[in-house]
Design a protein around this ligand. Structure first.
Ligand SMILES: [Zn+2]
Length: 189
């Protein structure tokens, strides 16, 4: 998870447990554990926890979110297409779905273009480098259609890895709509 996703995830938990407070030490442990798993993975685990009738009585255990050793490989099914993958491969596969789904949604919304199954599969099967370049082109196009500071931030960070954001991109975007777009995208980075 990115830092932004961790913040969002912790906000979701805080809403269910307004009276529980983690010490700063515990919070660091949580952040560390969450940084090693994807937002989707953490959400599924938290959703399972919430399925307990008395879930509000018990703050979720951090153990739920600690990544099991990568030496232990198990098979798991993709939440989108149901295909089976090893635990080492599933994260990048599900992240790709999430990115492609976002492209599909935005093409329909802004250009009224339907992305058919063969195109969807092509995007799913593309190698990572090629897909990243394609995704940046798409964000560029989306930003021209409906300019968003958040998309501009992401494009800048993708093009300049490790560099600080320039001042004009620094301020928070207060528009709720673009915030949602941002969350959709950060799920995929
Ligand atoms: Zn899949």
């Amino acid at each position: 998870m990115t830092e932004e996703e961790i913040k969002r995830f912790m906000t979701i938990i805080k809403k269910d447990y307004p009276n529980s407070k983690l010490t700063s030490e515990e919070l660091e442990e949580w952040k560390d554990a969450l940084s090693k798993i994807s937002f989707t993975e953490a959400s599924i685990k938290y959703y399972d926890h919430r399925n307990n009738a008395n879930f509000r009585d018990k703050f979720p255990s951090i153990k739920l979110f600690i990544k099991t050793s990568s030496n232990i490989n198990y098979l798991t099914n993709c939440i989108w297409c149901g295909k089976q993958f090893s635990s080492a491969e599933i994260r990048s596969h599900e992240e790709r779905h999430s990115s492609v789904n976002y492209i599909v949604k935005k093409y329909k919304e802004h250009w009224n273009i339907e992305i058919d199954k063969s195109k969807y599969d092509e995007l799913m099967n593309m190698n990572q480098e090629e897909f990243d370049a394609r995704y940046d082109d798409f964000l560029e196009k989306l930003n021209n259609k409906c300019p968003s500071k958040i998309i501009q931030k992401i494009l800048y960070l993708n093009a300049n890895p490790g560099k600080e954001l320039p001042m004009e991109l620094y301020e928070e975007d207060k528009d709720e709509k673009t915030k949602k777009v941002f969350y959709g995208i950060t799920n995929n980075i």
